[in-house]
Design a protein around this ligand. Sequence first.
Ligand SMILES: NC(=O)c1ccc[n+]([C@@H]2O[C@H](COP(=O)([O-])OP(=O)(O)OC[C@H]3O[C@@H](n4cnc5c(N)ncnc54)[C@H](O)[C@@H]3O)[C@@H](O)[C@H]2O)c1
Length: 342
Amino acid sequence: MNKTLNFAIIGCGVIAPCHADAITNLIGARLYAVCDIIPEKAQSFAEKYGVKHVYVDYKEMLKNPEVDIVCVCTPSGLHGEMSIAAAEAGKHIVCEKPMEITNEKNQAIIDAVRRCGVKMQSIFQRRTMSAAIATKKAIEEGKLGKIVLASAYLKYYRDQAYYNSAGWRGTWELDGGGALMNQGVHGIDLLTWMVGEKVTSLVSKAGTLARDIEVEDTAVALLQFEGGGYGVIEGATTAYPGLETKFEIHGEYGTIIFTDSGIEKWEFLKEQVPMPEASEKLGGASDPSKISSAGHFILLKDLVDAINEDRETMIPPEEGKNAVAIIRAIYKSSKEKREVEV
Ligand SMILES: NC(=O)c1ccc[n+]([C@@H]2O[C@H](COP(=O)([O-])OP(=O)(O)OC[C@H]3O[C@@H](n4cnc5c(N)ncnc54)[C@H](O)[C@@H]3O)[C@@H](O)[C@H]2O)c1
């Protein structure tokens, strides 16, 4: 019989309920403690979920030996210091996306997790969508042949009020970027995970076209995959009313196109592949508070199982870093007005 694992959440904001709801539904785990730098937020969140242990200082919470797993749900540019402190305190980690906002900070997290021997799950809940899983499998099994075009259209809508709703949003220091680093990071991770190839170089434009923020609200990039194929990323938070994300993948033997609602095209020239039923809508195109906890549940359950079975998690930190490396290269290419290596 495995011990009941105690979760603690740092940061009781918009995404925290997805974690709390998922934990509440897990067998063999419970929500044990919460922390927010704003005491009233921590207190009301604790009351909503019936949690007795409430903190304003996450370092104090990490001293509690009863805490087994920490969910890092704070502004993105704080994920590194908190994840590293959690690892050093011997806690397992769930880290919201983006894992961190620079390649160096991501590497520091990976090093700490491996040095301290804890488990970590990076949150990219879209990897749990059945359309994405089936697409990855078809590509891995060679059903599409060589991938020639693989593109992601990530057109969200976030108005100025969204950016004004918390001081860290839309800042280089704590958001690390805008339409790509905060929202598009999901789709960029999914695209490269499904294709299973590195993006080796890219050329891009990223700008602030409609919002009053430091970072980009609109971006396009042209990708070179290591297998020779090309791709496009369009990312925006300026696309009213916020569209479902869309992925278009073409190989020499077929085409897969899907959106958040399901598969639009699933055609194979040679060997036919049964079309998966894909209907999960994880949400968030126009309102981040509407994101479903279904994907989080799968990833948190996988972490609990990974701890109990002493195995690797579905999305270890080595994979959490990939999309951020591409996004950093997009910023660099746009700034330097040239093609850059990733
Ligand atoms: N997986 C997803 O789909 C998804 C969706 C939304 C947000 N996120 C990610 O979750 C993270 C949080 O985003 P959010 O929208 O919930 O932000 P938010 O501003 O709503 O919440 C962040 C919370 O962290 C607290 N906080 C800040 N500094 C702290 C500190 N030092 N110690 C303790 N608490 C502190 C704030 O008071 C706030 O309550 C971001 O990294 C974001 O990218 C992921």
